[in-house]
Design a protein around this ligand. Structure first.
Ligand code: NI
Length: 140
């Protein structure tokens, strides 16, 4: 486990006051944990933007399964990308709507392409890619 270090930050008192208020609303117990999480988010975002390192994430989609050809198209895309889709969960929301959560692992570019292809399908009403990490580069 990596050694914990202390460092100081110089910011305006107004900004710090707003930050403290915001982290209190989010139930953070300390500034350190809030700042640490912001740093991790920044590093993960960076990994997704400009690197080839393996990342993980999840793609949640909501779609109307009665749109002609949509279910077949989504299945084709998922089968083509079976190398990066490591698990899926399907929820039958009501008579027409389905929610799917795809856990993904691979290179950022491949995952973004998969996400774009799925979100671009007619009948996909909403979707969001959550970009996370394999955890190898992230310490507590
Ligand atoms: Ni369904």
């Amino acid at each position: 486990m990596a050694k914990t270090v202390r460092f100081s930050v110089s910011i305006s008192s107004d900004l710090l006051e707003r930050f403290d208020h915001a982290i209190k609303e989010r139930s953070y117990g300390s500034r350190s944990k809030a700042v640490r999480d912001m740093i991790v988010n920044f590093l993960i975002e960076r990994a997704w933007e400009g690197s080839d390192e393996e990342v993980m994430g999840s793609l949640t989609i909501l779609y109307d399964h009665e749109v002609k050809g949509l279910v077949e198209k989504l299945l084709d895309i998922q089968h083509e990308n079976r190398g990066i889709i490591i698990s899926t969960m399907h929820i039958h929301v009501d008579e027409r709507n389905c929610m799917e959560i795809l856990a993904v692992k691979g290179r950022p570019k491949e995952i973004r392409n998969l996400s774009d292809r799925i979100l671009g399908c007619k009948g996909v009403k909403h979707g969001k890619l959550v970009m996370s990490s394999t955890g190898k580069e992230v310490t507590c």
